[in-house]
Design a protein around this ligand. Structure first.
Ligand code: FE2
Length: 436
């Protein structure tokens, strides 16, 4: 029988301090102050640091991750050159190489406390090579990372010959979620038609939907409205997610206000991808140059579940990134100007609890009975974790330690000053309001 794990003296994201967490048989058996130590248990002192449920990335492309420079780099830096470049790379891919890169990325993810990823997988390929590769990766990483796959018709459901049949084949092979890309279809009418067909397909199979929707600076693009309409008409509600929604950044405020209300009424979720939106959108602007991220605080205020995704790491669209969801939260916070204490806390939720809800993760959270998953961060509050991109001191999955990192600590040699520097300050942490 596996040993119990007792994590002592942790701070929780809800502000409680001095909390112990007991993991038994993969679940939290008890969470509270001064728990008795079970015989034979492994005991770890959290030292007052923040123990959070794990990070969740609701929007990623694992089939392209870590392929930067293959077969060449994106010179213009635009979304469209990225799509062309991916089209050049696709015929050169091997299943082994996709699996190797994806596994390497999942190693990075675990080390960063990122234990669940929803990844789109391109189905516009007769061989469905990436689908086969990522289904194998999903099986291989299952003991330490939850991978949810979205059948993504990158070249357009109707625009790319055979895409619809390939997407259905991918679902039959075990891909979990129905994807789409209506703004990339030939016409607005075909975009709307693709949304209808894909949502009906999901409803017929009891699946979730997550579409790249209006990833464009075009304020006249109307696919978010169509997706919300179909989510409501087919009673799919929160089983539907719109990813990117960047057109909403550029829309007239009067229409955007109507649209936010429609999205909220439909029950659908939204995902912004701050690192990618800030670099790919506004690319055809001179000055002022638009940020391009969707209206995050407005959607949250209306009651929509909003997550921040990483989208890309070292691939044809984005040459940076390291599986750090705190970097994603920090960029989202800056781009949306969510600098107030409560708003910062919402940005932490956007990389933890909100994406967990969007993915429908079972047993996510810090309550007795939940899965014993979490990350010990070298910070005292969620806000401080974002500020510092806090070190992941400990990553736990199913009550087993999966990764440890050394605390961030510099040794100084300054005249008349202490020899070490600590970027966490209790007086700063104390000034931050308890989350809620
Ligand atoms: Fe994406």
């Amino acid at each position: 029988m596996p040993r119990d794990l007792l994590i002592r003296h942790a701070t929780l994201p809800d502000g409680r301090t001095g909390i112990d967490l007991l993991a038994r048989d993969g679940r939290f058996a008890a969470i509270g102050p001064a728990l008795p130590v079970p015989e034979g248990a492994e005991v770890i002192d959290a030292g007052g640091w923040l123990f959070s449920p794990p990070f969740v990335d609701a929007h990623f492309h694992l089939d392209a991750a870590l392929s930067h420079g293959l077969p060449r780099v994106n010179d213009s830096g635009t979304l469209l050159e990225g799509i062309r470049l991916w089209g050049e790379l696709k015929p050169l891919l091997t299943e082994e190489a996709v699996i190797e890169r994806a596994l390497a990325y999942c190693d990075w993810a675990v080390a960063r406390g990122l234990l669940a990823i929803r990844s789109h997988v391109d189905v516009c390929d007769e061989r469905l090579l990436a689908v086969r590769a990522l289904l194998e990766v999903k099986r291989l990483v299952a003991p330490y990372l939850t991978l949810q796959l979205v059948a993504f018709p990158q070249d357009g459901l109707l625009r790319s010959p055979g895409a619809e049949a390939l997407l259905e084949r991918a679902l039959a092979m075990g891909v979990d979620v129905v994807g789409g890309i209506p703004h990339h279809e030939r016409t607005a009418a075909e975009g709307a038609e693709s949304v209808r067909r894909l949502c009906e397909l999901a409803a017929a199979h009891g699946l979730r939907v997550d579409m790249h929707c209006d990833e464009t600076d075009d304020p006249a693009s109307r696919h978010v409205e169509t997706l919300a309409y179909q989510a409501q008409r087919l009673k799919l509600h929160d089983r539907v997610t719109g990813s990117h929604l960047t057109s909403m950044h550029s829309m007239d405020n009067a229409y955007a206000a109507k649209l936010v209300a429609l999205v909220a009424a439909s029950g659908m979720n939204a995902i912004a991808n701050p690192l990618i939106n800030i670099t790919l959108q506004g690319r055809y602007d001179t000055y002022p140059r638009r940020r391009g991220m969707t209206r995050v605080p407005e959607l949250m205020d209306a009651g929509v579940t909003v997550a921040f995704g990483h989208d890309c790491v070292m691939d044809p669209w984005y040459a940076l990134g390291s599986a750090d969801m705190l970097e994603v939260a920090s960029m989202g916070l800056h781009v949306a100007q969510m600098t107030g204490q409560a708003a910062q806390r919402r940005c932490f939720d956007a990389v933890t609890t909100n994406p967990a809800r969007i993915l429908g993760l079972e047993g996510y959270g810090l309550e007795a009975g939940c899965r014993a998953d979490g990350v010990l961060l070298q910070a005292r509050t969620p806000q401080e974790a974002i500020r510092l991109r806090a070190a992941r001191l400990l990553v736990v999955r199913g009550g087993t330690v999966m990764s440890r990192s050394a605390p961030a600590l510099a040794q100084l040699a300054l005249p008349g000053r202490p020899s070490s520097v600590d970027f966490t300050r209790q007086d700063v942490a104390a000034a931050q309001t308890p989350p809620r």
